[in-house]
Write a protein that binds this ligand. Structure first.
Ligand code: C2E
Ligand code: CA
Ligand code: CA
Length: 579
């Protein structure tokens, strides 16, 4: 070619007049340049996929994207790995199939180059929504994407340490806190301030200070699994969020790790640089429900730590740390309470007002822990519910009740019911009815001697399902009492909607009754309404004779309370029952 050219130019000047040859040459150049400009104009790679023929056709700037010189390539899906790294073929295929005009994917091509590709085009889909093919363009957008990612990185991360910056961290934590409210679990925000950092900067120079902060950040990253929850808050302050703490120990463990990091000096430019940290902790949701408040309180705690001599940690609220400790020891204790025989059931008589006869008992659970002593059910039941330990515990209570029913029947008593409290978790668990049935078989007693006490708030958590479960209990032959009426929803509507036989008026109403005309009026009317609906009324927490007299005068059916008897061991209440 070169020789031909030089011949044309130099040896045979006549040829210059050979129009044909010159035209061909310029045409070729024109074609070349126009193709180049065409390829340039689309800057990308035309792609056509035909599913039926299992063919993928690429035309255009193959070099820039898949690293091949040829401008036209056709291959099958199987052969794709020649052009795109095996691990990324599916990503690219998905981007093509699910194309919504433009998709950006990261791939590695067959030459091992990492690229960001934009896939633009239109999928062909048949009537049934099946993928037939695709036509469009692939563009190499690596440069733009990297610039964008860098910018994004700079707005989210601290340049020096690579940790989340303050703004990004706040966004992350606020998102976390939203989920937390749902989970009802505790979290902790920890603020760390390097002690005497100003001294390091002043005596060793800012460069050295920077290296110190970098090293410390690296050590933090190594000490915690989830770097997402670490932050350089600014200067020499760092934040850590613990999303779910199951024990106070977890906070302690974390703070110990932090304090330990600075126990050894950093060797920077031949200087051994010693420091320590002061740490403040706030607990979610107790010390604050949003990031700002948690931060303010953790900060306040940190100042106390500094004031107390640095190199230590401080919780914002000592009461909370005590309370958390208590909750955790209850949680721990509950796990082994049943096997250690620390739980037992006491019985409180219910008295029929028409003839002052005891017509039943409420079974109430007691726990005397070997470790922490007596714990009231008001305190441990909610914790047992949160940890779902209420399921085995509830089964224990139900079984104890069956044992007593069996005993009373064998002794010739017939005119009684024993009421047992149920938790929502038990209703929801699913095998409650099964367990009920198994006890009926085991003890061979009729469930009509058992009454189940539920509360409105329990039902409200999942109305349809819980009502279904109550109906099944009723079908077995047990009765159902609505407990604590007057505290929660107290909806009269529930009296007609829920399958209840008994209404228990809460103690707070009974207390109010003697002083408050309105309370009296409400109770009177509730009793009348209940009677019209065929519902029996029990008044709870009756402590005084006047209360009994008044309740009698307004036709209340039954009372329960210290006036007659506290909840007692079974042996102590049997003799209150008449045969
Ligand atoms: P509750 O079902 O409303 O039980 C009545 C509570 O009032 C009992 O407290 C009882 O001792 C108390 N009480 C009865 N009469 C009087 C009185 O005249 N004056 C005063 N001041 N109090 C009276 P307890 O035994 O501490 O139980 C508290 C709550 O714990 C119960 O409230 C119930 O919600 C729950 N609970 C107890 N045992 C169980 C159980 O086996 N399973 C479930 N799920 N919850 C239980
Ligand atoms: Ca009750
Ligand atoms: Ca009650």
């Amino acid at each position: 070619m070169i020789r031909e050219n030089s011949y044309n130019k130099d040896v045979s000047p006549l040829n210059k007049n050979n129009k044909n040859s010159i035209d061909l040459q310029s045409h070729k150049e024109f074609l070349l340049s126009s193709k180049e400009s065409f390829v340039k104009s689309i800057k990308g790679l035309f792609i056509s996929v035909n599913k039926e023929q299992d063919s993928i056709m690429l035309y255009g700037n193959n070099k820039e994207i898949i690293g091949y010189d040829e401008e036209f390539i056709i291959f099958t899906v199987d052969e794709s790995k020649k052009y795109v790294h095996n691990d990324y073929i599916k990503i690219l295929i998905d981007a093509v199939i699910n194309n919504e005009e433009e998709t950006e994917v990261k791939i590695i091509n067959a030459l091992g180059q990492e690229l960001w590709i934009s896939v633009k085009g239109q999928s062909k889909i048949n009537k049934n929504g099946e993928f037939l093919g695709f036509e469009g363009y692939l563009y190499n957008i690596t440069k733009e994407k990297e610039a964008h990612l860098k910018l994004e990185y700079m707005t989210q991360y601290d340049e020096l340490t690579g940790l989340n910056n303050r703004k990004h961290f706040k966004d992350i934590i606020e998102e976390e806190l939203k989920n937390h409210t749902k989970l009802e679990s505790r979290g902790a925000l920890i603020i760390i301030d390097i002690d005497n950092f100003k001294f390091i900067n002043d005596s060793y120079g800012h460069k050295c200070g920077d290296i110190f902060l970098k090293r410390f950040s690296e050590d933090l990253k190594n000490a915690f699994d989830d770097n997402k929850l670490l932050c350089r808050f600014g200067g020499d302050e760092f934040l850590i969020f613990l999303p779910s703490i199951n024990s106070l120990n977890e906070i302690k463990c974390t703070t110990r790790k932090i304090i330990d990091i600075l126990k050894k000096p950093y060797n920077i430019n031949n200087d051994k640089i010693y420091s320590s940290s002061s740490i403040g902790i706030s607990v979610f949701p107790d010390d604050g429900e949003n990031f700002e408040v948690l931060l303010k309180n953790a900060d306040a705690a940190m100042y106390i730590a500094k004031g107390n001599g640095k190199n230590q940690c401080q919780m914002f609220n000592n009461n909370i740390s005590r309370e958390i400790n208590r909750i955790y020891s209850i949680q721990r204790g509950l796990r082994t309470a049943l096997e250690n025989n620390e739980m037992f059931v006491v019985f409180q008589p219910k008295v029929r007002l028409t003839d002052d006869e005891v017509n039943g008992f409420e079974a109430l659970l007691r726990w005397k822990s070997n470790e922490i002593g007596f714990v009231s059910p008001g305190e441990f039941i909610p914790i047992a519910e949160n940890t779902r330990l209420i399921i085995p515990i509830g089964k224990f209570v139900l079984r104890e009740v069956f044992i007593r029913v069996k005993y009373l029947l064998s002794e010739g008593y017939d005119n009684f019911k024993i009421a047992v409290n149920l938790s929502e978790i038990q209703l929801r668990q699913g095998d409650l009815i099964e367990y009920f049935n198994s006890l009926i078989k085991e003890f061979n007693v009729s469930p009509k001697y058992i009454e189940v006490e539920i509360t409105e708030s329990m039902i409200m958590k999942s109305v349809d399902r819980n009502i279904e479960c109550l109906l099944q209990i009723k079908d077995l032959g047990s009765s159902i009492a609505l407990d604590d009426f007057g505290t929660g929803y107290s909806s009269l509507n529930h009296l007609t909607k829920l399958p209840i036989d008994v209404l228990k008026i809460d103690r707070s109403f009974v207390i109010d009754m003697t002083e408050n005309d309105k309370s009296r009026y409400i109770i009177e009317n509730i009793i009348q309404l209940s009677h019209k609906l065929g519902i029996t009324v029990v008044a709870e927490g009756v402590e005084e004779k006047e209360q009994v007299d008044y309740l009698k005068s307004i036709d209340c059916d039954t009372v329960q309370g210290f006036y007659y008897s506290k909840p007692e061991n079974f042996e102590n209440v049997i003799n209150m029952l008449n045969k």
